[in-house]
Design a protein around this ligand. Structure first.
Ligand code: ZN
Ligand code: ZN
Length: 350
């Protein structure tokens, strides 16, 4: 309820949330349905399947059950008219066009407006409880990766090693993947978001793994690139350049530091050696959603502060040759940061 009260203090009279992540963040409820925040009360509107779950997860909210005679929109309409509300803020970035039109039709006389991004801003700064979940998720991903290093052999496919990594994270307690695991070997390494394929991993290749665990809904995010046996000088040089850029960005990062500048430090170093080969941002916020604010990018105007959780992940991608990315997730503290990804970064050769 505390977060719902904080949200109310932002001056929004009535708001309807339908995105899973914002509903979870504000109310604690993780099922289907929607969350209606009114000046004096908050309601979770859902169907029979989720009633008990909603009551357990969100005791401070009233739970309203949809049914044959009461659709979700009808219940919203009744609750609004009981309080005399004639303007409702909705997640226009989440609702489909059809859903928006149906809501507009059901709530005749009520003006629908977009919810300002206040919840997303609240989510940027993590509290102790959230940080604990993220740390635990990071720990799980590092442990699973250690197991993978003992398991991986040339001759296995990308899909095989991906399945093993995902399985080990689940064994260590992950609720599920933070996102679909990326495994990119050899020439596939030039695809920043490669989908694990039937390609066989061979000696002399670099293999990039980008993956994360989930605890309490909170994600971790890490990338390591390893060598299968001896690799060429060209690949080794790529690895060293990415590592240098990652360490330089980490040396800068801390509270009060500019997100733009962090990106620029890594970008300038890589641009000099591999022009145009680092095409994405340096990093992004991590929380209930894998990509959230603040981002470390050339577009960002934000400054890092205590409680921000961000990734630092420069990469180099060269079509026909391969690629490399190294990524840590760091928690910004009062005087620096905690890196939750403890797997070593000097090139691992298996
Ligand atoms: Zn990642
Ligand atoms: Zn990432």
């Amino acid at each position: 309820m505390d977060r719902i009260n904080t949200f109310r203090l932002k001056g929004i009279k009535a708001a309807l949330f339908s995105s899973e992540i914002n509903m979870h963040y504000l109310s604690g409820y993780t099922g289907e349905g929607c969350l209606l925040i009114l000046p004096e009360s908050a309601h979770i509107i859902t169907d029979f399947r989720y009633i008990e779950q909603a009551e357990r997860q969100s005791p401070a909210c009233k739970v309203e059950q949809t049914g044959k005679d009461a659709s979700r929109n009808q219940i919203v309409k009744n609750l609004l008219s009981e309080c005399g509300i004639c303007e409702l803020s909705v997640e226009t970035n989440v609702l489909t066009h059809d859903e928006f039109l149906a809501l507009e039709k059901a709530l005749e006389g009520v003006t629908l407006v977009s919810i300002p991004r206040v919840t997303e801003e609240m989510r940027e700064v993590k509290c102790e409880e959230e940080i604990e979940c993220i740390k635990k998720a990071g720990e799980i991903s590092c442990k699973a990766f250690d197991d993978l290093l003992k398991y991986i052999q040339p001759g296995m496919t990308e899909k095989e090693v991906c399945a093993y990594l995902d399985y080990r994270m689940r064994v260590y307690g992950s609720e599920g993947n933070a996102f679909s695991t990326i495994v990119a070997s050899g020439v596939n390494g030039s695809l920043p978001h490669a989908v694990p394929s039937d390609k066989v991993i061979e000696k002399g290749e670099l293999v990039t793994f980008d993956f994360g665990a989930k605890i309490g809904g909170y994600c971790s995010d890490m990338t390591r690139t390893i060598a299968i046996g001896e690799i060429s000088d060209e690949l080794r040089a790529i690895y060293d350049a990415v590592l240098e850029a990652q360490l330089a960005a980490l040396a800068y990062i801390g509270p009060g530091k500019s997100c733009f500048e962090a990106d620029k430090i890594a970008r300038d170093l890589l641009e000099e050696k591999y022009p145009g080969a680092f095409g994405h941002s340096l990093g992004h916020g991590v929380g209930l959603f894998i990509h959230e604010s603040p981002s470390l990018s050339f577009r960002s105007e934000k400054t890092l502060s205590k409680g921000h959780v961000v990734t630092v992940e420069p990469g180099v991608y060269i079509p026909g040759v391969g690629g490399c990315r190294i990524e840590d997730t760091v928690i910004i503290t009062e005087d620096g940061f905690i890196n939750i990804i403890t797997t070593p970064k000097q090139l691992i050769v298996v």
